[in-house]
Design a protein around this ligand. Structure first.
Ligand code: BDR
Ligand code: CA
Length: 307
């Protein structure tokens, strides 16, 4: 079983990623970061998901602000709480600490992969404190960036846009990086049919997930007139636990820090017919969405035959 640390900002899709990871990996710990909502809320949401799962995975809180500038959040998509539309679960869990960077440095081992599905602030601080950290872990699987369209801006994806300087440090760090950007995650869409399967399954996990899908569908209906939402963050888990479901290519990825229109864009070297710059990441281009959904639905108690 893969050993993972999940660095996250739950967030609806982060919550699904946490459930999936606990089903298919040994989740050593969870570190939280400011992103979809302020740090106090993303941390509370991470704790709540562990309570739902009945696991004692340590949750350590991390950075409340990006390396440069002010925090940005995604309340329009995820609600002020980061988990809008979801019933809160009462529990007694508390954090295992508030220094995610020290935690990341301490637990580093050669068989641990960090799955980073929020802004990359905690990871950048870890690299600043100990540049050898990236060589002491197996690698980093990132949900972030894009080879084409953005979402926070025309060309920048939210997790990178929320802390571009941190993302640049991570991509320049020499870590073994897998990048699941929007070009990939847009192939992995929820649907009302999947939400119905979750409702039919009628377990605590499935009901929680159904509330997530329904909430996202309502938001997306308002934004783009369709009841479907890209399920971004689980893709970065699948890239490690089910790599055969994704197609990746080695590519050079750099983060634009200065552009007036392009700050936070991941600039991916996709030139053909000439020598590309040396790759620093495996960039995911395709996912077998049908098979990947079966894996995710099973982790949510709504696999074939479970209802
Ligand atoms: C990413 O941004 C967040 O809103 C999601 O949780 C995901 O990690 C998608 O751009
Ligand atoms: Ca996220």
């Amino acid at each position: 079983m893969h050993r993972l640390i999940i660095d996250c900002d739950p967030g609806h899709d982060d919550a699904i990623a946490l459930i999936l990871a606990h089903r298919h990996a040994d989740v050593v710990g969870i570190t939280s970061v400011s992103g979809n909502a302020p740090l106090t809320r993303t941390t509370a949401n991470a704790l709540m998901v562990t309570a739902l799962l009945g696991v004692d995975t340590p949750v350590v809180s991390g950075a409340a602000r990006p390396l440069v500038g002010e925090p940005i959040h995604a309340a329009a998509v995820h609600g002020e709480s980061g988990l809008g539309g979801v019933d809160r679960i009462a529990h007694q869990r508390t954090t295992a600490g508030d220094d995610a960077v020290a935690y990341l440095l301490d637990v580093a081992e050669s068989d641990i992969t960090v799955v980073a599905v929020g802004p990359l602030t905690n990871l950048a601080h870890a690299i600043d404190r100990d540049p050898t950290w990236v060589k002491r872990i197996a690698g980093i699987s990132i949900m972030g960036g894009s080879t084409d369209v953005g979402n926070a801006t025309r060309v920048a994806e939210f997790n990178i846009f929320a802390d571009p300087e941190a993302a640049a440090r991570v991509f320049e760090s020499g870590a073994e990086i897998t990048m699941c950007g929007l070009n990939l995650t847009h192939q992995f869409q929820t649907s009302d049919a999947l939400a119905e399967r979750l409702r039919d399954a009628d377990t605590p996990k499935a009901t929680f997930a159904a509330q997530i899908f329904d909430y996202l569908h309502d938001r997306m209906e308002t934004f783009i007139g369709q009841r479907a939402s890209a399920m971004h963050d689980p893709c970065a888990v699948l890239a490690i636990t089910h790599p055969h479901l994704l197609v990746t290519q080695p590519r050079a990825v750099a983060v634009e820090l200065a552009g007036t229109l392009t700050r936070g864009m991941t600039v991916v070297d996709q030139r053909v017919g000439r020598r590309r710059d040396q790759a620093n990441a495996k960039v995911a281009y395709r996912i077998d969405a049908e098979r990947a959904w079966e894996v995710v639905m099973e982790s949510l108690d709504a696999g074939p035959g479970s209802s």
